[in-house]
Design a protein around this ligand. Structure first.
Ligand code: NDP
Length: 325
């Protein structure tokens, strides 16, 4: 059976660091289930584990790539789960995984498509909700979101709009920006590659930015700092620009942290489990009622996983990027 693994990667992750190799098919032990992979979640955080070979799950030590998987139970030696159940769990990037029954979560029957639990109804949506919650965002405030059309940014924008905010974003390319304003409710979105980025952001921000929801790192953070209102809040959610390389993070406008008395708060969603229930309640309600648009870019075929993962980090695709088997 084909399974994705890493060579010892260099600091700068490239396609040469990945390899597809043959593995014996897994067998379910006591308390385990066999799960047929339907979707593999391509999550930016995996790049850190890939570069260090230190994931939060056993198996990285031999270079085997693990990530979040949605699939169906095809054999069960765990009393709580039956053949046909749809589950989300951590598995290898391969067609079938043995997983401890206790380590997976059952996907409710009304969740359609089930891949939602990897995006808007999963870690991405919850991260958007938690970031907004911790920022103390209020109606009438202006929020700037980088990686505006990604799974986190697109949900954050829609939630912020529903809270009565002025929502602006940055994204890679004019087409993504049009998508952001036409479909996701952004009041303005600026191509982060535009030569006049800072001027256009300034025009879009009007009186200034109260909350910066930062998903990318130096380039967008630096452009935003002079636009922040006094005592504005920066929510440091991610640093996607820095995941492929070890380039230093250079900030020309770092001084605005002092001049405008800005506060910068980093957050890791996993550390706020108490917020998951209220987050999921609002997200689920929004999705089931059709008020919250969720978007997926689905690429078919296990063979395409590594290329698509790197392309996602480089900005290809909109919404949640998934591999479908
Ligand atoms: P995204 O889909 O937003 O993927 C990353 C995006 O970052 C790319 O698609 C690209 O979008 C943008 N990007 C990459 N390189 C650059 C660059 N050099 N300059 C400008 N933009 C760049 O991912 P997610 O929505 O899944 O995640 C968003 C962020 O949230 C990530 O940093 C992720 O690590 C973080 N995260 C944090 C969590 C937490 O607990 N704090 C939990 C989950 C996610 P574009 O086309 O717009 O350039």
């Amino acid at each position: 059976m084909k399974s994705w693994a890493m060579r010892r990667p260099t600091a700068n992750l490239t396609i040469d660091d990945f390899m597809l190799r043959d593995m014996p098919p897994p067998e379910a032990g006591d308390g385990e289930i066999l799960v047929e992979t339907h979707y593999i979640s391509l999550d930016p955080y995996l790049s850190r584990a890939m570069k260090s070979w230190k994931g939060e799950h056993p198996g990285w030590a031999d270079g085997t790539i693990h990530g979040r998987i949605v699939g169906a139970v095809i054999e069960s030696r765990f009393p709580g789960l039956s053949v046909g159940d749809r589950v989300i769990g951590i598995g290898r990037w391969q067609p079938v995984n043995a997983m401890p029954g206790q380590a997976v979560q059952l996907i409710a029957p009304d969740i359609d498509p089930p891949s939602l639990v990897l995006g808007a109804l999963g870690r991405s949506g919850i991260t958007a909700w938690v970031g907004l919650h911790l920022s103390g965002l209020k109606a009438g405030e202006t929020i700037l979101i980088s990686a505006a059309t990604g799974p986190v940014g697109s949900v954050a924008a829609q939630l912020a709009k529903a809270r009565g905010c002025h929502v602006i974003g940055t994204a890679g390319g004019e087409a993504k920006c049009r998508h952001a304003t036409d479909l996701l409710g952004y009041d303005a979105c600026i191509d982060h590659g535009a030569a006049d980025l800072e001027d256009r952001l300034k025009a879009a921000a009007g009186e200034g930015v109260d909350v910066l929801f930062e998903n990318v790192g130096a380039s967008s953070l630096d452009a935003a700092l002079p636009l922040m209102r006094p005592r504005g809040r920066i929510m440091l959610c991610g640093l996607a620009q820095h995941y492929l390389t070890e380039d230093p993070m250079l900030l020309r406008n770092f001084k605005y942290l002092l001049y405008s008395e800005l506060s910068l708060r980093a957050f890791i969603t996993a550390n706020y489990p108490d917020l998951f229930a209220p987050a999921l309640e609002e997200l689920r309600d929004g999705i089931l009622s059709g008020r919250l648009l969720f978007e997926e870019t689905i690429i078919d075929g296990l063979d395409n996983a590594a290329d698509t993962f790197l392309a996602m980090l480089g900005g290809e695709g909109i919404g949640k990027r998934l591999i479908r088997l």
